[in-house]
Design a protein around this ligand. Structure first.
Ligand code: SF4
Length: 379
């Protein structure tokens, strides 16, 4: 039976962080309840879509799923189990913002969630204020402790480097603090300043003070060193896990496996077909019972676009890509399509062969991954 992931989007946050361009906004409790009812209609409308498929991962993302009224989350889950065949050992991740954890959320987590992704970002209060986060470092630590005490055995900490006002020392302190808590997984991303965010505007006005390039490179190298020394395996460019704690849902994405996205703006992939739900809240509420009416972008990928994606996403993982799988998927050899690029990048020490028929980024290749991955664009 085919395995599939489910992604559920919750577009609400207490307030917007200065760097955030995700589809999220503050909303009253009544609005969040109305959204939950619409999401339930969409789930029911999709009940037949995953026939003969086993759901092996569910990801509650956002926004901030933990600002949803817990009663509504429970209703959503009972409908999910009614409509889909969910594996007994399904990995069920919920993103939680440390400023939103309370007794009710903890009881929901205890009943339904197998993995929590805690949005810590930094253990430095000044940096957190600069990002407009709603929590302090102490609250993040307390949230971690509460989750552990309530029995969550799989916790990811989301951390962010290269943020305004951050020094190499303060990033090291954040990493050291993070590993001292012994989470099972750490995602460590560098800040990307997006257009149409307060940070984007500040950058344009020249008032956003970011670490310089050399400091950023140093932070990047320190991340890999400190996490490796603490026993975390890097399995993707920005993701590190203790053995047995890699994120099943995200691996599906990098391996281009199927995932049905539910909720405002959610993206789906089933086979070669991709689509995205509307970003319009009003349209979503009005049409959620009829999922076809929600689709705003539909793409049937060309073979060459799929081959590019196979390389871009697969090479993000340290296990790299398999030439045999490429051939089975596309009917032509990876060497025929990419032989010159593979040889050149191997010669430059940016790619290597970890096993017969596999290609992966070297440490140096990871450092310049954007440039290396762009080499796999076809025509
Ligand atoms: S909590 Fe996350 S989704 Fe919400 S505004 Fe901040 S970064 Fe964006």
């Amino acid at each position: 039976m085919n395995e599939t992931g489910l992604y559920l989007h919750f577009p609400f946050c207490v307030r917007k962080c200065g760097y955030c361009d995700f589809l999220s906004f503050p909303a009253e409790e009544e609005t969040r309840k109305i959204y939950a009812a619409a999401l339930i209609r969409e789930i029911r409308g999709n009940a037949g879509v995953l026939r003969d498929r086993k759901v092996t991962s569910i990801f509650l993302g956002g926004g901030t799923p933990s600002v949803m009224p817990v009663q509504q989350l429970r209703r959503i889950f009972s409908v999910l189990y009614e409509c889909f065949d969910i594996a007994d050992d399904c990995e069920i991740t919920m993103e939680i913002n440390p400023g939103t954890l309370n007794e009710k959320v903890l009881s929901f987590v205890f009943d339904h969630i197998t993995r929590v992704s805690l949005g810590v970002q930094s253990f430095n209060d000044e940096e957190l204020r600069g990002l407009s986060r709603i929590h302090t470092a102490e609250e993040a630590e307390e949230s971690f402790r509460l989750l552990r005490e309530s029995g969550v055995r799989n916790i990811n900490l989301d951390l962010m480097s290269a943020i305004p006002g951050q020094s190499a020392e303060s990033w090291e302190q954040t990493l050291v603090k993070a590993v001292s808590l012994r989470p099972d997984h750490i995602s460590a991303y560098s800040l990307i300043v997006e257009e149409n965010t307060p940070f984007g505007r500040m950058r344009d006005e020249g008032v956003l003070v970011l670490p310089d390039e050399e400091t950023e490179r140093f932070m990047y190298a320190e991340t890999a060193r400190i996490l490796a020394e603490a026993g975390y395996e890097r399995y993707e460019i920005s993701n590190y896990a203790k053995p047995g704690f890699r994120c099943r849902h995200n691996i599906k994405y990098w391996r281009r496996e199927d995932c049905l996205g539910l909720g405002l703006g959610a993206a789906s992939k089933l086979g070669a077909v991709r689509w995205k739900n509307t970003d319009s809240f009003e349209h979503y509420l009005k049409h959620s019972a009829d999922p076809g009416m929600l689709v705003c972008e539909m793409e049937d990928m060309t073979r060459s676009a799929e081959a590019e994606e196979f390389m871009f996403l697969g090479l993000r993982m340290t296990e790299g890509v398999s030439a045999q799988e490429f051939e089975q998927t596309f009917g032509s050899s990876m060497r025929v399509v990419y032989g010159d690029v593979l040889d050149r990048l191997c010669g430059q020490g940016l790619l290597y062969m970890p096993a017969e028929g596999r290609y992966a980024l070297t440490d140096r290749g990871i450092d310049v991954s954007n440039m290396v991955l762009s080499e796999f664009l076809l025509g």
